[in-house]
Ligand binder design. Structure first.
Ligand code: SF4
Length: 182
């Protein structure tokens, strides 16, 4: 039987991706102003849990990392450490203009501008700051990518670790974290 593109994911992967996209465990972590939009998204008014989106307290229990706005170099270091502690498969959502192009902090001396230079980003949500409707729409986009087997930032991170490390170390001068050897 001839295989087409749709057949490239195995049935098992389809089943796994079905489960993954309906059980997104989000790390309770916030940076920048966008973090203020997370509580209304997760609580009764917008009720993200109806999409299978729930909060988790530690990186090892979570598979979604939200970067909810600008990142100072100091915070970037913590974010990288956190991301690397999460189990695969894992996904990153960048909130707001600050993660896309620096936003209103584009010429700040101590914030980074383009998040995906330092870690893979599966979905960006634009706006300053994005409303809960946009946040939910971003999660739905992530679910669609997981369904299609295209939410593979975590694989790119492993495959291009040297490139990410070089960029990370260019801005984080006091690098004293373990260099993983995947
Ligand atoms: S995009 Fe706007 S709301 Fe979000 S962190 Fe930047 S300045 Fe704050």
């Amino acid at each position: 039987m001839e295989m087409n593109d749709k057949d490239t994911l195995t049935i098992v992967e389809h089943i796994k991706n079905f489960a993954r996209r309906h059980s997104l465990f989000v790390l309770a972590y916030g940076t920048g102003c966008g973090a203020i939009e997370v509580p209304p998204t997760m609580t009764s008014r917008y009720d993200a849990e109806r999409f299978g989106i729930v909060g988790r307290a530690t990186p090892r229990q979570a598979d979604v990392l939200l970067i909810t706005g600008y990142l100072s170099v100091k915070t970037l270091k913590r974010v990288i450490r956190t991301y690397e502690q999460m189990q695969n498969p894992k996904y990153v959502i960048g909130f707001g203009s600050c993660t896309i192009n620096g936003g209103m902090y584009w010429d700040s001396y101590n914030t980074i501008k383009v998040l995906d230079q330092y870690m893979p980003v599966d979905v960006y949500i634009n706006g300053c700051m994005p409303r809960p409707e946009s946040v939910i729409s971003g999660f739905i986009k992530l679910q669609q990518l997981i369904k299609a087997g295209k939410a593979d930032g975590w694989k790119k991170y492993q495959e291009n670790l040297d490139w990410y490390r070089t960029n990370q170390k260019k801005v984080i001068k006091n690098w004293n974290m373990p260099d993983y050897n995947w």
